[in-house]
Design a protein around this ligand. Structure first.
Ligand code: ARG
Length: 389
């Protein structure tokens, strides 16, 4: 048996024995040094990042999950365009902004990786259902990086069943170079997962969600990493079952804290509560009515109100997407170029904003945090909040 030094591409064919795997891994760490995946929080110096693509973006087939997760005035567009591609001119404008974003990141010394877009119009199905896809624009939603591990999420939307496919070439490469790669149990996405009677909660009523506890589901973007502590929300894509799966999967090294916010269409925590640096929290004060006790002693910054004009097309998000920024380290932060109130506020709070046009990308339902997956940041696992809170 000959074991070559480049990963596990070994003549014996691979994975059969523990001994081979161990030797192969030793070879990897000897030749490459550090693991290519290493990210514990939102602010350590960014070294490598995946940036999504909008090519082939498609409106999903109409489904009750859309009603629960987006502002209602956007729904007619989804009804009319179900299963059809997004307008090509909108894709082109968003694509141009993504290129600008990539250019900026590279200029700041960050290695940028891109997925290989997949055909979103291809039909697929599961027990009792069929669907077409959505897009590969938001790696933040579909993949969770915890330390050296990449986790493929059990996504609750049928249109996202194959949501990690575009990232598989990268996942395989990271695995070969030493990362841990796992996938949560693939959901069945049967009708039992959805509450087809779902309607908006009445004012003051506690949140209720469009997904049931039929099986574990979660989107990575419902979690925010803060070293050993992970902050989460239950939402219209993330259920208790999913959070519990992740808690047990990660084990005692991590603590998952689940917060409740005032958001009738909750999906993804990163336009509600984000972390800018150790001890620095950014909140959407319309949704975070009380700052969780665990942040005692932290600076709490309240996001300036978004200034995006009402006639700007928006799908799948509220205007609060303006707080969906990306930290390159504890100071440098990528912000939408036209968002003057946010830029001024960040400067005032001691950060260094780096401006990038992104409004046309925002139309697709996310901003810099959603569009990225910080695969590697220079840093190690630490605790940043008081124990036992
Ligand atoms: N649901 C949020 C809002 O409407 C948008 C969150 C987008 N985040 C993401 N990771 N795709 O404000």
């Amino acid at each position: 048996m000959k074991i070559k030094r480049q990963g596990f591409a070994i003549r014996t064919g691979g994975f059969q024995t523990g001994m081979i795997i161990m030797k192969a891994n030793t070879a990897i760490s000897e030749t490459k040094g550090q693991c290519p995946v290493n990210s514990h929080n939102e602010w350590d110096p960014l070294e490598e990042v995946i940036v999504g693509v909008v090519d082939g973006a498609t409106f999903p087939p109409y489904h009750i999950t859309l009603e629960a997760t987006m502002p209602h005035h956007q729904l007619p567009v989804f009804r009319e365009n179900a299963g059809k591609p997004f307008p090509p001119e909108q894709i082109a404008m968003a694509k141009q902004e993504l290129e600008e974003f990539v250019h900026i990141l590279e200029g700041e010394g960050v290695k940028v990786r891109r997925p290989v877009p997949v055909d979103q119009l291809q039909q697929y199905g599961g027990p009792g259902w069929t669907s077409t896809g959505l897009y590969d624009a938001m790696p933040r939603d579909v993949l969770l990086v915890i330390g050296n591990e990449l986790i493929e999420c059990p996504l609750a939307w049928r249109s996202r069943y194959y949501g990690t496919a575009a990232f598989r070439p990268l996942l395989k490469e990271y695995f070969k170079n030493g990362a841990k790669w796992s996938s949560a149990p693939k959901p069945e996405l049967k009708d039992e997962l959805y509450d087809y009677q779902w309607t908006d909660p009445a004012d003051g009523e506690p949140p209720h969600f469009v997904i049931t506890e039929f099986e574990p589901t979660f989107d990575a973007a419902d979690f925010i990493r803060c070293g050993r502590d992970i902050f989460a929300q239950e939402s219209n894509v993330t259920n208790k079952f999913g959070i519990e799966w992740l808690r047990r999967h990660l084990g005692d090294t991590y603590r998952i804290h689940v917060f409740e916010f005032s958001d009738p269409h909750a999906m993804h925590i990163d336009a509600t509560l984000t972390l800018l640096a150790p001890g620095k929290l950014l909140i959407n004060a319309e949704r975070v009515l009380e700052v969780p006790r665990i942040f005692k002693g932290w600076d709490v910054f309240s996001s300036p109100k978004p200034i995006i004009p009402d006639d700007h097309p928006f799908y799948m998000t509220s205007k609060w997407i303006n707080m969906n920024t990306l930290m390159l380290d504890e100071k440098r932060i990528i912000v939408e170029r036209q968002d003057e109130p946010m830029i001024a506020a960040l400067k005032n709070w001691g950060f260094t904003p780096i401006l990038c046009n992104f409004r046309n990308f925002n139309s697709f339902g996310g901003s810099f945090h959603c569009a990225t997956l910080d695969v590697r940041r220079r840093g190690k696992l630490e605790s940043y909040v008081l124990d036992g809170e």
